[in-house]
Design a protein around this ligand. Structure first.
Ligand SMILES: Nc1nc2c(ncn2[C@@H]2O[C@H](COP(=O)(O)OP(=O)(O)OP(=O)(O)O)[C@@H](O)[C@H]2O)c(=O)[nH]1
Ligand SMILES: [Zn+2]
Length: 192
C-alpha cells in the first residue's frame, strides 16, 4: 500500500482539507483519505466509510450510507478536524455487480446476510488492514472511531491502531432500510 498523491481539496462547509490517495498494490484499488482541518492533542475523530455507489451518489433509501457519509463530515467539521477514509469496499467487499445481485434476492424476501450467503460470499468480506496502513502513513496510531460496527474496531486494533473511543453513528431509519438496519443489529453484531 503506497501513497500515490496528495493535494488541497476545498469542500463545502468544511475547514481547510486535503485529499490523499493510496493504492493497494495487490488489488490495484485506489482508496482516499479526506484529511479535514487540524487535529493534535487528543486522538482524531476518524470515520471508515465503505463505498456505496447507490447510497453515496444516488441517494438510495435501501441503506443508511448516504446520510452516514454526510453526517460523518458534518461531525468531523464541527470538531475542527479529523479524517474520513473512503474505502473502495463496495457492497461490504463483494463489488457493485454482486451487491445488486444481492438486492435482487432481497426483492424476493432474503435479508442482507442470507442474500450474501446464497451468492457464495461471507456475511462481510471487508478487511481493515488497508485502513490501518493508510492511518499509519498519515501518522495516526490512535483514533476516536465513528461507528456502530465492532468489526471495524477489532479490525483496526488487530492491525495496531488503538481505538480510544467509539462514537456511535446512528441515522434515522426510513421504511426502505428499517429491515436492513435491524438485520445489522440482529445478525451482524452492530452496537446501539
Ligand atoms: N453485500 C451487501 N452490501 C451492502 C448492502 N447494503 C449496503 N451494503 C454495503 O455495506 C457497506 C456499508 O456497511 P454497513 O455494514 O452498512 O455499515 P458499516 O459501515 O460497516 O458500519 P458503521 O460503521 O456502523 O456504519 C457499503 O459498502 C455498502 O455498499 C447489502 O444489502 N448487501
Ligand atoms: Zn449503502
Amino acid at each position: 500500500m503506497t501513497q500515490v498523491s496528495r493535494a488541497k481539496l476545498p469542500v463545502d462547509d468544511l475547514p481547510e482539507s486535503q485529499i490523499a490517495v493510496f493504492r493497494d498494490g495487490i488489488t490495484g484499488a485506489e482508496h482516499a483519505a479526506l484529511i479535514v482541518g487540524a487535529f493534535g492533542g487528543e486522538p482524531p475523530l476518524v470515520r471508515l466509510h465503505s463505498e456505496c455507489l447507490t447510497g453515496d451518489v444516488f441517494g438510495s433509501l435501501k441503506c443508511d450510507c448516504g446520510p452516514q457519509l454526510k453526517a460523518a463530515l458534518d461531525i468531523i467539521g464541527a470538531a475542527g478536524g479529523g479524517v474520513l477514509l473512503y474505502l473502495r469496499q463496495e457492497g461490504r467487499g463483494i463489488g457493485l455487480g454482486n451487491k445488486i445481485r444481492a438486492y435482487a434476492l432481497q426483492d424476493r424476501g432474503l435479508d442482507t446476510v442470507d442474500a450474501n450467503r446464497r451468492l457464495g460470499f461471507g456475511d462481510d468480506e471487508r478487511d481493515y488492514g488497508i485502513a490501518a496502513a493508510m492511518l499509519r502513513e498519515l501518522g495516526i496510531d490512535k483514533v476516536r472511531l465513528l461507528t456502530n460496527n465492532p468489526n471495524k474496531m477489532a479490525g483496526l486494533e488487530g492491525e495496531g491502531v488503538t481505538v480510544t473511543e467509539r462514537v456511535a453513528h446512528h441515522m434515522p431509519t426510513n421504511p426502505h432500510n428499517a429491515d436492513y438496519i435491524a438485520t445489522k443489529k440482529a445478525r451482524s453484531g452492530h452496537l446501539d
